[in-house]
Design a protein around this ligand. Structure first.
Ligand code: GAL
Length: 654
């Protein structure tokens, strides 16, 4: 991306007296904000009674914001169906795993499978799109809000059961084929009709994993289908205007690559301190170290993931400005940290970063959630940080004509069905595939490398200096073909190619990629947290270990102290037979990917770096100052310099 960068804010005009809107808009512009997202929860004000629309207030809000020079991002309000919707569709509520309807009184209380509600979503989208689709100030659309938030991607409703049976019939064709694919002969689970098949939640002990995987695929498809009908409506009435959705961190309820294929880019909501405290998949355990900064790799990992989901185009739709309200503990960020998070996103190629929210609301659920302004309208600390980011962007743009992420050194492969596979059948408490990927990502970043995370939609791996595919469990033709395009070293395992798309063990045993490397994972074991296996020469294999039988031409490069091979190599392809700790991961990378970008490798703890067009950006996530004069003194610094205080950002010309 080479276009101009924007900063913006989420604003709820319906929360504030109209007399104050113009002053709010003026102050936004004065802060350097050029984007404002509105409308995504306003259904009860847009349609106070069924079929009776009130767009007057939104017309005036849009005019007021546009008059201050702000580009509007307009949300469809389908995450918050008003109370009257339940009178029209009493069975539209999602149902939780225990069979309880998820009642009215907060948000996201709908079931994605409910066709009546899906049509209501299209109806309100049509009304908005007809009215504002060609409005010159509406520069982008957001569908719904955070699909999957509050554990809502999966629902066990009647609508879901009906839809699932139909989906199964179309996927498998005949119930005999389904029985064969799932192995239902086991425990006499054989079905005689698709109508016999229930949702997999109410069984005595675990349901068939293939049944679960099918249901996860089905549920993901419903999220994508729900989104698609809104997108189709928007495209008709708002031609050429980008349509986005705001994803979350660590959300695995649906395949973002599938959903993202219908959109013009990705966006995600970045709450580094909240994510740290709730311990999301992949979240760090040592929360105290980074309690005011957030995990130093979690944001970057998702930036790189969603850049792929957005096919190169991505935004932050919501950025944490201060304490949130929803984590167990809600500390204030380090001074300057909100600025650092924003600049980090731009370094990873973001087009736009919006803070959530303009003014802290004094009422309702999120009254303890900070904004750029306090509830009394006085500036909160992040307002000045947003202003500073506006100035930083001008500085960076002047220094390098092309700002935006550049192609990275290394590709890391990411697959939602593989994550579902380990969620369904972990075989080890806490086996978290996102954590495994993040461990690989952290190891690459410790070497100063920039990473592209790629999904099954990637066209080629050619040109990457290395490709990593740990935890790519569910092995398909797509992955086989993609990996065949790699022209650098490839690191597979652990658990790569361990299952078929129907969640069975492949006939020839894992890894199911004999064309890549000739070895067999004969046995596996999972390890309790206090029982790692030491690697000869340093480092430990934790959580997961595989016992591999190497074929012809496969050499053992690293072994455990007990002699079992841990890393095996044949030519350009290597296989990692366990989950390494940080020391072991560094040794694995030393052995198979001997690339280090000179003076950026092994930067002091807390420093993270990313290539941004012609610039190299550095961020201090640590809580102590860092002096890089020793190794980077003679660089051409365009932002900051080699002394980085905590939360500082610096950039030099490459
Ligand atoms: C997000 C959500 C926003 C707001 C925010 C608070 O998950 O999209 O509407 O609730 O969290 O941090």
């Amino acid at each position: 991306m080479t276009g101009p960068r924007h900063i913006g804010v989420c604003y709820y005009p319906e929360h504030w007296p109209e007399a104050g809107w113009a002053e709010d808009a003026r102050r936004m512009a004065e802060t350097g904000l050029t984007r404002v997202r509105i409308g995504e929860f306003a259904w009860s004000r847009l349609e106070p009674d069924p079929g009776r629309f009130d767009f007057g207030w939104l017309d005036r809000a849009i005019e007021t914001l546009a008059a201050a020079g702000l580009g509007i991002v307009l949300g469809t309000p389908t995450a918050t169906p008003p109370r009257w919707m339940l009178d029209r569709h009493p069975d539209m509520l999602a149902v939780d795993r225990d069979g309880r309807p998820r009642g009215f009184g907060s948000r996201r209380h709908y079931c994605f499978s409910h066709e009546g509600y899906r049509a209501e979503g299209v109806r309100i989208t049509r009304a908005l799109a007809e009215r504002y689709g060609r409005h010159p100030a509406v520069v982008a659309w957001q569908t719904d809000n955070e699909y999957g938030c509050h554990d809502t991607a999966v629902s066990y409703s009647h609508a879901a059961r009906k839809g699932f049976r139909r989906w199964l019939a179309s996927r498998y064709g005949s119930v005999a084929d389904l029985n064969a694919a799932w192995g239902t002969v086991f425990w006499s689970m054989e079905y005689r009709s698709f109508e016999d098949i229930e949702l997999p939640h109410a069984t005595v002990t675990e349901a068939n994993p293939a049944h679960w995987l099918a249901f996860r695929r089905y549920s993901s498809d419903q999220v994508a289908a729900f989104n698609r009908v809104q997108v189709d409506m928007l495209r008709e009435h708002a031609p050429g205007v980008p349509i986005l959705h705001n994803y979350m961190g660590g959300e695995t309820g649906f395949d973002h690559f599938d959903l993202g294929a219908d959109l013009d880019g990705a966006s995600w909501d970045v709450y580094p301190l909240g994510y740290l405290e709730v311990g999301l998949p992949g979240g760090r355990v040592e929360t105290r170290d980074f309690m005011r900064q957030g995990d130093p790799d979690f944001q970057a990992f998702h930036h790189d993931l969603y850049r792929a989901v957005g096919r190169g185009r991505w935004w932050i739709m919501e950025l944490q400005p201060g304490p949130v309200n929803w984590a167990p503990y809600n500390p204030v960020p380090l001074p300057g940290m909100s600025r650092a998070w924003a600049l980090e996103a731009f370094a990873h190629g973001a087009e736009t970063v919006c803070w959530f929210r303009w003014r802290q609301a004094p009422f309702a659920q999120e009254q303890m959630h900070a904004g750029l302004l306090r509830p009394d309208g006085q500036p909160a600390p992040a307002l000045a940080e947003a202003r500073r980011v506006a100035d930083d962007l001008a500085t960076l743009a002047a220094a390098a004509p092309v700002v935006g992420a550049s192609r990275a050194d290394v590709a890391l492969l990411f697959d939602y069905p593989s994550i579902w596979a380990t969620e369904i059948q972990p075989q080890s408490r806490g086996f978290d595939t996102i954590q495994l990927l993040l461990d690989a990502y952290r190891a690459l970043r410790r070497r100063g490398l920039s990473v592209d995370i790629l999904g099954p939609t990637a066209e080629s791996l050619s040109g990457y200096r290395a490709v990593l595919a740990p935890g790519l469990i569910v092995w398909t033709e797509v992955w086989r073909n993609l990996i065949a395009t790699a022209d650098g070293p490839v690191l597979l395992g652990p658990r790569t190619g361990a299952k078929t798309p129907e969640l069975s063990i492949p006939a020839g045993l894992p890894p199911d990629c004999p064309a890549l490397i000739d070895l067999t994972v004969a046995r596996v074991e999972s390890l309790r947290p206090d029982a790692g296996v030491p690697l000869a020469g340093g480092g430990t294999i934790r959580h997961w270990r595989e016992f591999v039988e190497p074929g012809a031409g496969v050499a053992t490069v690293l072994a455990c102290e007990d002699g079992t091979p841990a890393l095996l190599t044949a030519g350009a392809v290597s296989y990692l037979a366990g989950w390494p700790d940080a020391v072991a991961f560094d040794r694995v990378l030393d052995a198979v990917l001997p690339i280090r970008p000179g003076d950026l490798a092994d930067l002091p703890d807390g420093i993270r770096t990313r290539r941004m067009g012609g610039l190299q950006v550095l961020i201090n996530y640590g809580s102590s100052p860092v002096d890089l004069t020793g190794r980077l003194a003679d660089r051409d610094w365009v932002l900051g310099g080699p002394h980085l205080a905590p939360a500082d950002v610096a950039a030099f010309r490459r």
